[in-house]
Design a protein. Structure first.
Length: 528
């Protein structure tokens, strides 16, 4: 049960429905409808739209792709082209009444039940206090009780669900900053723009219909000339832009404003507790930072994927619910620890970008074809038992990839085995592959569970009887008779939880699976 059908709620509903769960999406608003927003989407959000298969639909709606960013400072303009990263070479700023409706329709198409015009009036709890549903009222006064295994509040800044469940505020402050924006028609909006001046930050986000959202952020007392201008707010905003960001203001003045000026001041910045028994919060309901960062939609998309992954895991295994939702909250909150809530970069846990990790899981769950990978190694004989392998690329997620760096690996036998010891033996590479795969998985799993690691080491030993390889005894196998792996793990958790990291990695390791369960191997020969 998801309350709130805008960016965060509709995206969460879409991902959970695509994962095969029964989802109801409830909102007091009826789409399409607008909301207060400058609606710029950073690259991360555009990448998510692309992964969800919705980018083409957003572009088809008339949202112009912005493939350059202009920075203005001290009268100088610097233009930068947006490079192709993760298959995306653009930024977007679709109007919210179009974007939110598109996401809601996509959730409906994925199987979610959409109930618009219904206001959540409370939550239901069982005898233990666990949230098990909500109560609603429609526009005609009709009431209903809706039950669910999980209730997700995606109902924005003044979240009713957060209030009903008593979600604690973990961190909060109010900034003395305001922001005003309007829509201006002009033929010269060529991309995103950001302009700095003393105590001023202005910008341009091109949007539908040849218009752009033009905005100005300043300390709230310095915006009184606009806020007190009444019916002349549009003129006042343009005049301030002409003074502080002339490139923007002059184009707005030469064109015309197409909508009234809207604005906010002294917005709250906060992080609320993200989950509890039977409930969770996503988007502005759980976390809000100053709109001047321009990351609201992108953050909402990121957290929707994180939460959908966690709830999906909890729905499949009730025993893992607390751990899965704690992982969501940890991943959501980690970028803000040790920094202000206006930070725009995600700090990794144990070197792992957990937001990308959870987003990848969500993307593969919704698009299983992305899971098909093929790894390749090209070997060439050098001399004797010495040979060299080169690794350059692989196929995965629907396309070919080239590694950042080509890797060259030499393999040989030691002198005692009639070689020249130019590199490890192939058997030692196998032991390395097993240990490395288990350790890589452990790092990811620890990060997903919010466990900071201090030190991890492993020894891998394999016993082999060469009589099999040498053809001296048909009863002796060619390969290892046994392999032993011993991990030493130090981290911010009790011993049992650290040991559980290794067990979970063992259960998901590709190389461990190959070694213990075998895999069909075909060997072809070409002599020409």
């Amino acid at each position: 049960m998801i309350v709130g059908s805008r960016c965060a709620g509709a995206a969460t509903a879409l991902l959970l429905a695509r994962a095969g769960h029964d989802v109801a999406l409830v909102d007091r608003a009826v789409q399409p409808s607008d909301t207060l927003s400058t609606h710029g989407i950073a690259r991360g959000g555009v990448v998510q739209l692309s992964r969800w298969g919705l980018l083409d639909a957003v572009l088809a709606s008339g949202a112009p792709p912005s493939r350059q960013v202009t920075f203005g400072l001290d009268g100088r303009l610097t233009v930068r082209t947006i490079k192709d990263r993760a298959g995306v070479d653009m930024l977007l700023a679709p109007r919210r009444h179009i974007l939110d409706a598109l996401l809601t329709d996509a959730a409906r198409d994925a199987g979610a039940e959409v109930r618009q015009g219904h206001t959540a009036t409370g939550v239901q709890r069982d005898a233990s206090g666990r949230v098990i549903g909500i109560t609603t009222r429609d526009r005609l006064g009709g009431t209903a009780e809706l039950t669910a295994r999980h209730v997700i509040g995606a109902d924005g800044l003044r979240s009713s669900i957060a209030r009903f469940v008593g979600a604690d505020v973990i961190e909060s402050f109010t900034s003395d900053v305001g922001l005003f924006y309007a829509y201006a028609a002009s033929p010269s909006w060529n991309g995103f723009e950001f302009h700095l001046a003393p105590s001023s930050f202005a910008g341009v986000f091109p949007t539908h219909g040849g218009q752009a959202c033009i905005w100005l952020g300043r300390p709230a007392p310095l915006l009184q000339g606009i806020s007190r201008a009444g019916s002349k707010r549009g003129d006042a905003l343009v005049a301030e832009l002409v003074r502080l960001a002339p490139s923007v203001g002059e184009r707005a003045r030469d064109g015309h404003l197409t909508a009234p000026v809207r604005g906010v001041a002294r917005m709250p910045n906060y992080v609320r507790r993200g989950h509890g028994p039977g409930w969770a919060l996503v988007g502005d309901a759980g976390y809000h930072r100053d709109p001047i960062t321009g990351h609201g939609i992108t953050d909402a998309f990121r957290d929707a994927e994180l939460l959908a992954t966690a709830v999906s895991a909890a729905l499949r295994d009730r025993a893992d619910e607390a751990e899965a939702l704690a992982g969501y909250e940890q991943a959501r909150d980690h970028p803000r620890k040790g920094s202000t809530m206006t930070a725009t970069t995600d700090a990794p846990i144990n070197g792992v970008d957990t937001a990308t990790l959870f987003a990848t899981i969500a993307a593969v769950r919704s698009q299983p074809e992305l899971a098909r990978f093929q790894f390749r190694v090209a070997n060439r004989w050098a001399s004797g038992t010495h040979n060299r392998a080169v690794i350059t690329g692989f196929y995965g997620a629907g396309q070919e990839h080239v590694h950042e760096h080509e890797t060259v690996l030499d393999a040989d036998h030691p002198a005692v085995l009639v070689g020249n010891d130019h590199g490890p033996t192939p058997a030692e590479y196998l032991l390395h592959a097993l240990g490395a795969c288990l350790m890589s998985g452990l790092g990811n799993i620890a990060a997903a569970r919010g466990i900071a690691l201090d030190e991890v080491t492993a020894t891998v030993e394999g016993d082999i009887d060469l009589r099999g390889i040498l053809g001296l005894d048909a009863e002796v196998r060619n390969g290892f008779e046994g392999i032993r792996v011993v991990f030493h793990v130090k981290g911010a958790a009790e011993a049992e939880k650290l040991a559980a990291l290794v067990r979970q990695s063992q259960s998901r390791s590709a190389v461990y699976d190959v070694v213990t369960n075998g895999v069909p191997v075909s060997v072809d020969v070409a002599t020409a």
